[in-house]
Design a protein around this ligand. Structure first.
Ligand code: GAL
Length: 824
């Protein structure tokens, strides 16, 4: 019997084994030493092309985030150069001893329109930037000699409605394996029956033979290990290739007393399948999976038999100032911040996400709606995916599901967001085909789509094709749709779309705030005309407990789509010129730098139970013309009392004392001008400098308090790290919040001082940012202006270099600050 020790040995051999006798699979990062050039020279793919003067870099890489911002670049895609032809080249050798092995390259994603050449020969082409692919490069290789891979990336302008990034922006892997090996994404794990005592695990493995091995006998041994690495189940099965080059093996294993994957206990199992030929181990493959039940019913969503509302966020793929280049820690930080807000689910709007994000959702106990497309055959932008639809949609969709279906975090597949075919009489036929593909590749999860024109999608039959009906911005229709369709299961696939800028307060409060400053009020009442504030969705979710829940637009601000600015979009390059330099979204509950806006706390008050209270606006209103300042409070208590300089302004009760908010209700039938929100508390108070404080109560007991003081002039810089020990792997990051404070340590809410950074020791500056959606300062620089008192510095470790990193922040007229971070 193979025990824990064996499993450790196996894992080590996976990483380090390169003896030809063993022929076990090697998986090596292929990110180092690439050469990069923006060029349309047609000769670049040739072996002897002179690349001596090319820029050398490491992947993942997003060239567009390097800037500069320009008004002639379309602001819809972030005002950054996301288009144009560029090439990557890499010289490499594969040892002669590997002759006889199969060598493949795995690209997790290239944005977009990539064509790959090995030693001068075109070997692969893939238009969709969000999906990964594997290429068998064995026939083109010269073992023991120099090889050259050249990757052409050719993204066009307006290939999306947001910022997609540009380049080889996800990881690349080299694999060396036996000609007989488990196929790329070749393991499909499902758990059809789960009880308290045991779980049945079905593992379908596809083994590939690159040579004619029809006479040979093989064995596949699959062992399941729990989170401690202890073996909990195993199965060995004989197989042959018969006539084909593929063999599919079905194995049934039983895990006793399964530890279920759930929000708070995201237990993962690891299934390692080993291929043996005459007792010789020739390949192995590891897949993580979870054991959990999910059910979608007319009564709601259930995980492990427990009903839970989906408290979800939509997230685009960029990582703010770091652009679209995948980074594990930056992805983890985004998800940590979302969890802190009370989020339990994410929607990968509107495309397959990075493998890292899914791995993290598995580990962190977050649910995922995996979405495939933002358009089908009818595009939304000039160079949208519709160009590739006919040729590629089936493969892209199948590949997404094959790639992702073992993730316990994924609970549904979305075949599309707001596709134009909602208005097309053939729409339902296309949906039928896509749903069928999903069910073939994964019979265990429901399909869905996000409908913004729900009535049309109902009328043309499209909505009837999916298993779960996602409504974008239609809370007022939930009840009616449920009633009229007794079998449908409904939820808010996209909700709210409230817009705001962190720390910005414009008075008087207006329902449509397209302020000339290019900043939007942070009182959480503004939205474009198809959308509405969070409270409206809360109201419908609360009154209709059987609706599965919601995915808000959006958790984080993202680059591009700077609604409500830049409206003159005639979809051609450079014509979104009206509101330059507004270049990124205002939709996030968290800004582009990762700083929570006030709205973050409104969601927290509704989605979390740990006592909290939040207070807005700031308290620096010197010289204001307004007699009364609206003060808002968000709490998960039931009452709160406000004090101005110690004087009570009254104690108010949530739901009884409703906060009247002026809103621009797009999705609300009858369109009233106000909503009396039971989700917030407010007082209108006369401004006097000093201090405002709010005390929150639950069942009469104080649970939390928060004060804001009038700040004096900016005096010094404060630096706060998210982590002060990072890994010396050349990838890990420390996110440093830069805060401007006065002489008494009070936060200066209006400060916009320019801060300069000096980083010494084993780290570099990865990015800077401040959450200002209308800033054209570069993200890669050693300075940043504060925006409403805050900016961000992101530092990255150097590979293999340990020691102390010193960060010095200076600014004209302010006291500077030095801190250290360790790299181990
Ligand atoms: C939705 C769309 C999203 C985003 C959002 C902004 O209609 O699906 O991608 O554009 O509007 O409110």
């Amino acid at each position: 019997m193979i025990n824990k020790l064996y499993s450790l040995l196996l894992v080590i051999s996976l990483i380090s084994c390169n003896t030809p006798e063993m022929q076990l699979r090697e998986r090596i990062s292929f990110n180092d030493y690439w050469l990069f050039q923006k060029t349309s020279d047609v000769n670049v793919s040739k072996i002897d092309y002179d690349d001596a003067n090319w820029r050398s870099l490491e992947l993942p890489h997003d060239w567009a985030i390097e800037g500069p911002f320009k008004p002639e670049y379309n602001l819809r895609t972030g005002g950054l150069p996301i288009f144009g032809k560029a090439w990557y080249r890499k010289h490499f050798t594969i040892d002669n001893s590997k002759k006889g092995s199969v060598v493949t390259l795995k690209f997790d994603g290239v944005m977009n329109n990539s064509t790959i050449y090995v030693n001068g020969k075109k070997v692969y082409h893939r238009p969709y930037g969000y999906i990964g692919f594997e290429i068998d490069i064995t026939p083109y290789l010269n073992f023991g000699e120099d090889n050259i891979i050249a990757v052409e990336v050719n993204p066009e302008v307006l290939s999306a409605r947001w910022y997609p990034g540009a380049g080889i922006y996800r990881n690349v892997w080299l694999e060396i394996k036996n000609p007989v090996h488990i196929k790329h994404w070749g393991s499909h794990i499902s758990t059809p029956s789960i009880t308290k005592d045991k779980a049945e695990v079905i593992i379908e493995t596809i083994v590939l033979s690159k040579e004619d091995k029809s006479k040979d006998a093989y064995q596949i041994q699959t062992i399941i290990y729990d989170k401690e690495g202890i073996e909990v189940a195993s199965n060995t099965t004989d197989f042959r290739f018969n006539k084909g080059k593929e063999s599919t093996i079905l194995q049934k294993l039983t895990v006793s007393n399964p530890e279920l994957w759930d929000f708070k206990t995201p237990h993962l199992y690891n299934a390692i399948s080993t291929i043996l030929n005459k007792n010789e181990v020739i390949d192995n493959y590891s897949s993580h999976f979870g054991i959990r039940t999910i059910a979608f019913t007319r009564e709601g969503f259930f995980i492990n038999g427990r009903k839970e509302k989906i408290k979800g966020v939509c997230l685009h793929n960029d990582l703010g100032p770091l652009g679209s280049a995948v980074n594990y820690r930056a992805t983890e930080r985004q998800l940590e911040i979302m969890k802190e807000m009370g989020v339990n689910a994410i929607r990968t709007s509107h495309n397959p996400t990075s493998p890292e994000q899914l791995e993290l959702c598995d580990k962190m106990g977050l649910l995922v709606q995996a979405e495939a497309f933002d358009c089908w055959a009818i595009g939304k932008t000039e160079n949208d995916y519709n160009k590739y639809w006919n040729e590629w949609h089936e493969q892209d969709l199948r590949d997404m599901i094959k790639r992702d279906r073992n993730h316990p975090s994924i609970i549904m597949w979305s075949i599309g967001n707001e596709v134009k075919e909602q208005n097309n009489e053939n729409g339902y036929k296309m949906a039928k085909e896509l749903v069928e593909i999903c069910h073939q590749e994964d019979p265990n999860r429901p399909t869905t789509a996000g409908f913004n024109n729900l009535s049309a999608a109902i009328k043309n039959g499209l909505a009837n094709e999916v298993d779960l009906v996602g409504a974008n911005y239609k809370p007022t229709q939930y009840a009616e749709v449920m009633e009229q369709h007794p079998n449908w299961i409904v939820y808010g696939s996209e909700t709210a779309s409230t817009v705001s800028s962190r720390g910005v307060y414009h008075l008087p409060l207006k329902k449509y705030d397209k302020h000339k400053s290019l900043q939007v009020n942070s009182y959480d009442i503004n939205s474009p005309n198809w959308a509405y504030p969070p409270d409206i969705e809360f109201h419908f979710q609360d009154s209709l407990p059987n609706i599965l829940g919601e995915f808000i637009w959006t958790g984080f601000d993202y680059l591009g789509e700077p609604t409500p600015y830049g409206g003159k979009d005639n979809l051609t390059h450079g014509n979104w010129d009206t509101d330059w330099p507004s270049r990124s979204s205002y939709f996030g509950a968290v800004d582009l730098a990762g700083f929570p806006k006030d709205r973050f706390y409104l969601y927290q008050s509704q989605w979390t139970t740990a006592p909290m209270v939040h207070l807005l606006p700031h308290w620096n209103w010197e010289g204001t013309d307004f007699e009364e300042i609206p003060v808002y409070c968000y709490t998960n208590g039931d009452e709160a009392e406000l004090f101005v300089n110690g004087k009570s302004q009254g104690r108010k009760t949530k739901g009884v004392d409703k906060t009247r908010i002026p809103v621009n209700f797009g999705a609300w039938k009858g369109r009233p001008k106000y909503f009396d929100s039971p989700y917030r508390l407010n007082w209108n108070v006369k401004y006097e400098p000093g201090e405002i404080e709010v005390v929150a109560y639950k069942n009469g007991q104080e649970i939390a308090r928060k004060f804001i003081k009038t700040a004096k002039a900016p005096d010094k810089i404060e630096l706060i790290t998210d982590r002060n020990v990072i890994n010396a792997d050349g990838k890990d990051l420390s996110f440093i919040t830069v805060k401007i404070i006065d002489e008494n340590g009070n936060f200066c809410p209006l400060a916009d001082n320019k801060v300069n950074f000096k980083v010494t020791g084993p780290a570099t500056i990865a990015a800077v940012g401040n959450g200002n959606a209308a800033s054209t300062e570069p993200f890669q620089a050693n300075y940043r202006k504060a925006f409403n008192g805050l900016c961000l510095l992101v530092i990255k470790s150097k590979n293999g270099e340990t020691g102390e990193i010193t960060i010095e922040a200076t600014s004209n007229g302010l006291k500077s600050k030095i801190i250290t971070v360790k790299s181990k």
